[in-house]
Design a protein. Structure first.
Length: 89
């Protein structure tokens, strides 16, 4: 069963000018996560401060906790700069 989980990745405390709009970061996140077992799709939704990253995944294989750990290793050129949180409706 595929689940759709929304994440907010806050990088502004470390990189204030970022605003999570850098296509280099977004591309690396999409490429890295879609290569993980259990992840079928990764995409951005919304604009600027309202933007969220959507991950479509099989929670039995790619758990939310595992995805959060993966986010903490991204982007490779600023490892550990993203502070990931799950957005709940």
């Amino acid at each position: 069963m595929i689940t759709r989980t929304a994440f907010h990745l806050d990088c502004n405390p470390v990189i204030p000018e970022c605003g999570f709009a850098c296509s280099k970061c977004i591309q690396e996140i999409e490429t890295t996560l879609t290569s993980k077992d259990g992840v079928s799709k990764v995409y951005m939704e919304g604009e600027a401060e309202e933007a969220k990253l959507i991950v479509e995944h099989d929670p039995a294989i790619a758990t939310v906790d595992k995805l959060i750990e993966d986010f903490k290793m991204l982007p490779s050129f600023y490892v550990g700069f993203f502070i990931p949180t799950v957005i709940t409706a």
